[in-house]
Design a protein around this ligand. Sequence first.
Ligand SMILES: [Zn+2]
Length: 78
Amino acid sequence: MNSVAQATIYPVTCPGCDTITSQRADQILQRPYVNCRRCDTTITLNESQLNRIRRTIADLNECLQRAPVSATRAEEQA
Ligand SMILES: [Zn+2]
């Protein structure tokens, strides 16, 4: 797992009490259960939610990989 997944916090809404509990994306992908911080219900994430997290991480990774290149180009032009 990469550093983007470790730095990404994913909010999960409890179906029982509507409280949002945030958990690190890499932890959710390893074990797709989040315990509600209010009522301690175990929330299981479904496959489409997990795919959304994977896609978000992939997008962030792409942005991070592109960023240093464009910064270098901007310096060259200046
Ligand atoms: Zn709850």
